[in-house]
Design a protein around this ligand. Structure first.
Ligand code: MG
Length: 323
C-alpha cells in the first residue's frame, strides 16, 4: 500500500566548520526529501537486495519503506508492536528492537519474525531502542524506558530491573550480559571500525521534555575489552541542539549523528567537523545505497537522503541482505 508521499522542503547546504568535512561530503551538499507520512521516524535500515530503506514510524505502529527503483513510499508492515532501531546480522537478516514486545527480534528469509531475547536474569527488558551487530555475531542493544513510559510508543509498564543498561546478547549460546551500566538513558550505539571502541548516547530527559529539553544530550565512548566488555566510559561529544538519538560510524571512524536541526559529523578525536541541515528533527540515520555511501535520515515525518564520499563501517553496511 502506497502512502501519501508527504511534502517537506529539502535542507540547506552543508555547514563546514572544519575543512576535514570536505573529505566526507562535497561542498554544497544538502539533504533531499524522499517522502513519508510518519509522526515520528526512527530505525532506518538499507536493504541491499531490494535497494530500499525501511524505517519505523513508532506512534502509528508501522514500518515504512522507500524503494529507490520507484521513488515511492509504502507501508512495509503494520501492527508490529512498536519497532524502533534495526540492523542486519552477519547473514543479512533484519534484527529489530520492539518496544511493545520489550524484545530484540529477528526476521528470517521467509519473512517470519520471532523474538530472540526479551529479558535478563528472570526479568523483562524495558524497551530495546537501538541495536548493532558485532563482527563476531553478538548483538548489542540499548534498553532505555521510552517505550514503557510513553503510551504512544508502546505499552506502559515497570522497569523490572530498575535501571537502563546496554546489553550484549550472544545468539550462539543465549547468553545475555549487561555491558554498560553508567548511562542514564542509553539510546543510540555504534562501534568504531576496528570495534575497539563502543559509542553510546545518553538522551535522559528527552521523554518528558522533548528532544530540545533533554537533560543529557551527549555521546559517550568506551573501550571494548577482549571483545566482550565496555570499560573506561567518558564523554566523546556533546550534541546540540536536540539529542544524539541515533548515529552511525563511517570507515574512517567519523561519527554521523542525529540532532535537533541537522546531521552532525564528529571526527574520531571528538571535534565537530560540521553539519548537514535537515528541516525536521532527526531521529536516526544509516548508510546505504548500492555502494553504502548515501546517508539515509529518518527525520520526524519521513526520509531524507544525503550523498557522501565515505561509507558506513558496520557489518550491516557490508552485509549481503538475505532476508
Ligand atoms: Mg533511538
Amino acid at each position: 500500500m502506497n502512502v501519501q508521499q508527504g511534502t517537506a522542503p529539502d535542507g540547506d547546504a552543508v555547514v563546514v566548520e572544519d575543512p576535514r568535512l570536505l573529505d566526507l561530503v562535497t561542498k554544497g551538499t544538502a539533504a533531499r526529501w524522499l517522502g513519508g507520512d510518519a509522526i515520528w521516524s526512527e530505525g532506518p535500515l538499507y536493504l541491499p537486495d531490494d535497494d530500499a530503506v525501511i524505517w519505523s514510524d513508532i506512534p502509528t505502529d508501522r514500518i515504512l519503506r522507500w524503494d529507490n527503483a520507484t521513488g515511492t513510499v509504502s507501508v512495509h508492515r503494520a501492527g508490529v508492536e512498536f519497532t524502533n532501531g534495526r540492523t542486519l546480522d552477519l547473514d543479512g537478516r533484519v534484527v529489530t528492537c520492539s518496544h511493545g514486545r520489550r524484545a530484540v527480534e529477528r526476521t528470517e528469509p521467509d519473512g517470519h519474525t520471532h523474538v530472540l531475547v526479551d529479558g535478563w536474569n528472570g526479568v523483562r527488558f524495558n524497551s530495546p531502542n537501538d541495536v548493532v551487530v558485532k563482527s563476531d555475531g553478538t548483538i548489542w542493544f540499548t534498553d532505555p524506558a521510552y517505550g514503557i513510559i510513553q503510551a504512544h510508543e508502546g505499552h506502559p509498564g515497570d522497569r523490572e530491573y530498575g535501571d537502563h543498561y546496554v546489553f550484549r546478547f550472544d545468539p550462539a549460546n543465549g547468553e545475555v550480559t549487561p555491558v554498560v551500566l553508567d548511562v542514564e538513558e542509553p539510546n543510540g550505539l555504534a562501534f568504531s571500525p576496528d570495534e575497539s571502541l563502543l559509542y553510546v548516547s545518553d538522551t535522559a530527559g528527552a521523554a518528558g521534555l522533548g528532544h530540545f529539553g533533554a537533560v543529557n544530550h551527549h555521546i559517550r565512548v568506551y573501550d571494548v575489552v577482549r571483545g566482550r566488555y565496555a570499560k573506561n566510559g567518558r564523554v566523546f561529544a556533546v550534541v546540540s541542539p536536540g539529542v544524539p538519538d541515533g548515529f552511525r560510524v563511517d570507515v574512517h571512524g567519523d561519527v554521523w549523528t542525529s540532532s535537533g536541526d541537522s546531521v552532525q559529523v564528529f571526527a574520531p578525536d571528538g571535534s565537530r567537523l560540521g553539519r548537514i541541515p535537515v528541516p525536521q528533527v532527526v531521529g536516526n540515520l544509516c548508510f546505504g545505497g548500492p555502494d553504502r555511501s548515501t546517508v539515509f535520515v529518518a527525520a520526524t515525518t519521513g526520509l531524507y537522503r544525503i550523498p557522501t564520499t565515505t561509507r558506513g563501517c558496520s557489518p550491516a553496511d557490508l552485509a549481503v541482505d538475505s532476508r
